[in-house]
Design a protein around this ligand. Structure first.
Ligand code: SF4
Length: 79
């Protein structure tokens, strides 16, 4: 998946190394993301996702625990 083909319904939050994608209607509010890293995923902040707050690989590993598919990511290839 590249930055140019973000799936329909997803919002993109971009940082160096990663774009985090979120689809609000399918979020199940399990909280896995917030528990994974509260600096990246915080419900008390807008925007609630700050992909610059951790390493891209760490964020990707947390997103892999999202049970609903509401969170996805695109890792940017190093040039
Ligand atoms: S882990 Fe996924 S389903 Fe759970 S709160 Fe986060 S975005 Fe929503």
């Amino acid at each position: 998946m590249s930055v140019s083909d973000i799936p329909e319904g997803y919002k993109a939050y971009d940082a160096e190394g990663i774009s985090v994608l979120w689809n609000p209607p399918i979020c199940q509010h399990s909280g896995n993301c917030v528990r994974g890293n509260g600096d990246v995923f915080s419900k008390n902040r807008r925007p609630w996702i700050d992909p610059a707050a951790a390493d891209a690989e760490e964020i990707a590993a947390i997103i892999d625990t999202c049970p609903s598919g509401a969170l996805k990511y695109i890792l940017h290839k190093e040039s």
